[in-house]
Design a binder for this molecule. Structure first.
Ligand code: CMP
Length: 136
């Protein structure tokens, strides 16, 4: 049975500042993802805190929110069969040093913080994250 899903993808400041957004978008498209919506923006720190609220008890929360709000990001709704899992496979492990060959984080990530891309980790979070950026 077909399971077309949408997921939220963010190209993070480290990648946008190296002008990798076009290249990363073409990787998604070449892997069969449709970019349904996209926008380029810079978050306030308070907005990053809201976006990453699930991590608020983690020791890295403050640095994470500082970082996501430190520069321009590109946010996209990606659509594909099993988009959530498929995107996570394509991104690779959170820590680029542990990411598999050929994954986006292995190719471009610099560190666990500057890991170039974010992708929703479940259908529930995909809906919350898509609404966060694209609900009018
Ligand atoms: P992301 O997929 O955007 O979700 C949360 C982010 O927290 C993660 O990518 C990492 O960039 C960042 N992070 C920083 N330290 C850690 C850690 N120890 N474990 C998991 N994520 C971390």
């Amino acid at each position: 049975m077909s399971n077309i899903e949408q997921t939220l993808s963010i190209i993070k400041p480290d990648a946008v500042e190296r002008n990798l957004d076009i290249e990363i978008k073409s990787i998604f498209q070449n892997q069969g993802f449709k970019i349904v919506k996209e926008k380029k923006l810079k978050l306030e720190k308070s907005e990053a805190e809201q976006f990453y609220k699930v991590h608020e008890t983690k020791p890295f929360y403050n640095d994470l929110c500082e970082y996501l709000s430190s520069g321009t990001i590109v946010v996209m709704i990606l659509e594909k069969e099993n988009a959530i899992k498929s995107n996570r496979n394509l991104m690779g492990a959170t820590d680029p040093h542990k990411a598999e060959e050929g994954t986006i984080r292995k190719l471009y990530g610099k560190s666990i913080d500057k890991n170039s891309v974010h992708g929703s980790d479940s259908p529930e979070n995909a809906k919350i994250e898509i609404d966060f950026f694209f609900k009018n």
